[in-house]
Design a protein around this ligand. Structure first.
Ligand SMILES: *Cc1c(COP(=O)(O)O)cnc(C)c1O
Length: 436
């Protein structure tokens, strides 16, 4: 029987150290690893044997984290990297060629919108943004140049739940994988691979690390997409690679006996992301950060339950406040995304959401200056409660119209509700709202 989520959040991917007996995951703070002999070295370099060579490409502390998150997401293999953005970059790097296109949700983390629309342009990767609530628009964007569909599960700036099964269907009918950024939900609230996604990426910086102290990211290979059936689209995976003795990754790593009871699993995508993209682009995760993030992961279920409980209480409180014109939290029964939240995130709709102030822009500025328990900063997924007024910060360069389109209208405030006592969080908002 598969163990429960809380057990696996503590134990998956790591056992007491066989040499020293160390119970906590050791931090392997080293750049490189000594080969046993010349034959061992040759096999590692040719990918004929798995093992550590150099910490840019792999490290035992990072591997333990990779195995844990892959287990929690139900994937075949993980690749830990230096940040959430690095995870996205490397995952796209395996799939994209110059002149190909990403179909992405309009409702993405602001940094992802920048990455896809500006930085990726220099690689010749096109992007078409579509409204994730409009399945016909997703379908209409699917032309021959598309290589991947990319959305979040719970979408920024909060309150939107993506209909992942429907979007997976569209991607698969067009012969491309569906990649989901599961940062806002975490694998405790939602596992996109079980709803048809093929690849999951995370910013480990947020709820998984959970304590606002370490930047990190991860790619999880779902192991189900049939690369060979769509071979012309994905040459990195389906053509001989001269650097690795003409190995074809989808063949060499498409069915290895690494699953439970020796079941064959497909890890071609994860291996390509490591052996080409991480090796050559270089954004490795530090072993120390991997250790911090694994420690955070141990309490992920406890924290997410408390985050969701508090977010519900805060959303209900705000819904009844005179200074508040609207609250967009999919956990509220009247919310337009409530049914999707019940389908995809039955344990809770996360802890990040937005609300509107009747006093508009000026009230938003005053509110973030009047809170004392909340921290005014640009992050989410900390144990501590966080608040931001996007219109005067992250989205300040945009016109009012563009702000509204991005879900960051002048009246909008975003909170990431922490795990303090709910009464104290509400009391802080109450005194700050009274000052408007
Ligand atoms: C923060 C965040 C990212 C980027 O992650 P970094 O670790 O900051 O690079 C990507 N997606 C979402 C949803 C995020 O919240």
């Amino acid at each position: 029987m598969t163990q429960g989520f809380s057990t696996r959040a503590l134990h998956a991917g790591a056992a007491p150290d066989p040499v020293t007996g160390s119970r906590a995951q050791p931090i392997h703070q080293t750049t490189s690893f000594v080969f046993k002999d010349a034959d061992h070295a040759a096999k590692l370099f040719a990918l004929q044997e798995f093992g550590d060579i150099y910490t840019r490409i792999g490290n035992p502390t990072v591997s333990a984290l990779e195995a844990r998150i892959a287990d929690l997401e139900g994937g075949t293999m993980g690749l830990g990297v230096g940040s959430g953005h690095a995870a996205q970059l490397l995952a796209f790097h395996v799939l994209m060629e110059p002149g190909t296109k990403i179909v992405a949700a309009k409702q993405l983390y602001g940094g992802s919108i920048n990455q896809l629309s500006h930085a990726f342009k220099k690689f010749g990767w096109a992007v078409e943004f579509v409204d994730v609530n409009d399945l016909a628009a997703v379908e209409a964007a699917m032309d021959e140049s598309v290589r991947v569909v990319f959305t979040e599960s719970l979408a920024n700036p909060g309150g939107i739940v993506t209909d992942m099964a429907a979007i997976a269907d569209i991607a698969h009918r067009h012969g491309v994988p569906y990649m989901v950024d599961n940062t806002m939900a975490s694998p405790y609230l939602c596992q996109p691979l079980s709803h048809g996604a093929d690849i999951v990426v995370h910013s480990l910086t947020k709820f998984i690390g959970g304590h606002g102290n370490s930047i990190g990211g991860i790619i999880i290979d779902g192991g189900k997409f049939d690369w060979k059936a769509n071979a012309a689209k994905f040459p990195t995976l389906t053509t001989p690679q001269s650097y690795y003795n003409d190995l074809v990754f989808a063949e060499g790593f498409g069915a290895l006996p690494l699953g439970p009871d020796g079941a064959e699993v497909d890890i071609a995508f994860a291996i390509a992301a490591r052996a080409f993209s991480l090796r050559d682009l270089g954004p490795a995760l530090s072993p120390f950060n991997a250790f911090m993030i694994m420690t955070g992961c141990e309490t992920l279920p406890l924290r997410m339950d408390k985050h969701c409980h508090n977010a519900n209480a805060v959303a209900e409180y705000l819904s009844g406040h005179d200074a508040v014109s609207w609250v967009r939290y999919a956990g509220l029964p009247g919310d337009s995304h409530h049914a999707l939240a019940q389908k995809y995130c039955p344990k809770g709709a996360g802890a990040v959401f937005t609300f509107g102030l009747k006093g508009g822009h000026a009230a938003g500025v005053k509110l973030v200056e009047s809170v004392t328990l909340f921290s005014h900063l640009a992050n989410i997924g900390d144990t501590k409660s966080l608040i931001i007024h996007p219109s005067s910060t992250t989205h300040s360069q945009l016109t009012d119209d563009q702000k509204t389109q991005a879900g960051a209208a002048p009246d909008t405030v975003r909170v990431s509700v922490g795990i303090e006592d709910a009464a104290d969080i509400i009391a802080d908002l109450d005194q700050a709202l009274a000052s408007l």
